[in-house]
Ligand binder design. Sequence first.
Ligand code: FE2
Length: 353
Amino acid sequence: MPHPPEPQQADPRARVKALATQAGHALHLCREGAMEEGLGEYRRLLNKPGALELPLALHTAMLADCGQSEAAQTLRRLSLIIGADLSINALRRPLASRDQTIQEYDRLFAENAINATMIHHYLMMLSAAGRVSDMAPLVDTALIESHDLTHEGGPVPPIDPAEVTAAIMNKVDETAWFERCQATRNCYHLDAVHKMADPAIATLMTAIAAHVERYRARPVSGAHPALSWRPKDISVGGWVDIFNKPGGYQGRHIHPRGWLIAVYYSAVPGEARAPGCDAGCLRIGQPAALGNTAAGWPDLTLAPKAGQLLLLPSYLTHWTVPTTGSGLRIAVVIDVEDRREEGVKSREEGIRK
Ligand SMILES: [Fe+2]
């Protein structure tokens, strides 16, 4: 079968349709036993925008059903890496009931078929079912850590946020300006901060890595199977968002590929810590799709401080309150991903946010 054309469409629906054609071709190759070629095609298309819209749960099940279990396992791992949802019932909604879908997620999580997107969707199902007590362990604010890196001890020296800010501002020019960059609006954006050649950034990365390792070693709570998800190996990569104009913000989002988010603030406008003003604050709460009345979600407004490091699970919905442009707000964001398999680009390799 000839290769279908590469999708070039700017229209997201046309792009997903073209991707679906490619995915159908990859599935056909695997089902016919051309495993290497088929999985190679999956790897190429899963790195493209719109791949999360593909029915990869269905493809995985179809491969398993036709006896191609090795290809099914590989596609399952690739899907988990990119943050795809492996629930068949989530695809079948509303034909599948809410309880059936929740039960399927429980089964998948027990098999370690888990990622931030799936936990996020699972929480939305639990919330819609009113199962607030089942949500509680996964949205427990104890999962969110805050550390002041200006007073570090042990092998990691204190970090001067002014030095980090200077290193970052040294790299910024007008080409880094984005009106839109996924969930982010009206900011300067620098990719691959983890590769930035600067002593202050290198020291910051060492400090963040130490905190991530400590977080990874936290005792596993027995309260919920999803909390047992502890990557055996991780990849770490990130970017910087610099807000210095009015109307800079991030809409509600999660980090589908991640396990843990580390956010370090090197500069914060005074307004973010002024009484009665939440401009520039980080909000953690419920997904936009649920409105503002669903039960069981956290409702946090965190006023960042220069030198502060926050750690939070990648599945928690978060956003920022628009800035007024009264000063610099710099967030160094590090995605910690579960390194499950080579073949799909990780954040460490420089995927754009
Ligand atoms: Fe984020």
